[in-house]
Design a protein around this ligand. Sequence first.
Ligand code: ZN
Length: 339
Amino acid sequence: MNRKIIPAALAVIAAAALIFCVRAVVTKGRQTINTAEISENPQTDDTSVVTVTDVSQSLTEESSLTESATDSAVPVTMPGPASVTVSTRLDTTSSLPSTSKAPASPVTSTTAAKPSSTAAPKTTSTTAASTKATSDYPYAYAGFNPRPADLNVADWRLILVNRDYILPDGYEPPELVHSVKGDSDSKLLDSRVAPYYNEMYLAAQKDGIDLYTVSGCRSYARQKTNFENKISTYRSNGMSKVEATQKAATIILPPGTSEHNLGFAMDIGSLEQSFENSKAFEWLSKHAADYGFILRYPKNKQDITKIIYEPWHWRYVGVEHAKAIKAAGVCLEEYLGKA
Ligand code: ZN
C-alpha cells in the first residue's frame, strides 16, 4: 500500500508546487506592467497608448529643440531620422502664473517625417487616441477643449497653435530677444524668428515704410488678462458667459492657444481692420513672404481660423512655406492639413 501511496502523494505535492510557482510568476508580471502604466500615465485610464521605452527618446527630442533655439542667427530644422515615432511627455514646469490645469501630464504620440525645405508639410499625423482633449480647461464651459500642440514637428517653424491646439501649461519660448528698434518700439520675439523680422523691418524702412510694432510675444498671464477683459466687455453688454467667451475668442485667442504665446507672431501697424488700407499693409502683402511671414488670419478664411480678419497679425513660418502658402491662397490650417 505505502509503495503506491507515497509516490502518489509526492506527485500531488509536486503538482501543487508547480501551480504555485506558475501563479507567482504570472502575478508578478501583471504587477510589473501595471506599475509601468500607472507611473507613466497617472491621469488617465487610457493606458493603451503608452510606450515606456519612448521616454528617453522624447527627452532627446526636447533637448534638441532647446539647443537649436540657442542658435539665434540661423534657424535650424530638427535633426532626426527619415521617419521617427516619438512619444512625448509635455511636462509642465511653469514659472508663469496660471489657473489652467490644462494638460496635467499629457502623452502624445507623433509620427514625424524628415524635414524638407521645399515639400508641402505633411509633417505630422497625430492619432486621436493618443491625444486626449483637456476637459478641465478653464474655458471648457464655452466649448473649448484644446489638445496639446505638437512641439516636436519636424519643422519647428510649422508649430500649430490655435483654439484646437494649446501650448503646454506655462510654455515659454526657449529664448526671447527684442526685435530691432527702428522708428517704433521693439518687441519680444522667439530668438529663432527675430532675425527674420528684423530683416523685414529694415527692408521696409529702406522703402520708407515703418512697420510700427504693436505686440510681439505675450505671456500666458498677459493673454489670460486680455482674454478675460474681452469677456467682461461682452458680458457688460448683456451677453451670457458662454456667448461672451465664444465671441471674445474670435478676437483674442484663449491663453495658451495664441501665436503670441509661442513668440512667432508680430502685430504690426494698428489693431484696426482699416490697417489694410495702409502703405505698410500694402508693403507687407507684397514682401512679407520673402522674409518668411504670412498673413495668418485672412479675410476669406475666418470659417477655418475662427478668428476675425486681422491684417495686422503676421506669423513666421519660413520663406519657402510662406511663399507656398501665399501662392496657394490657403491659411496655415489648410496648408498643414488641419483645417
Ligand atoms: Zn496678433
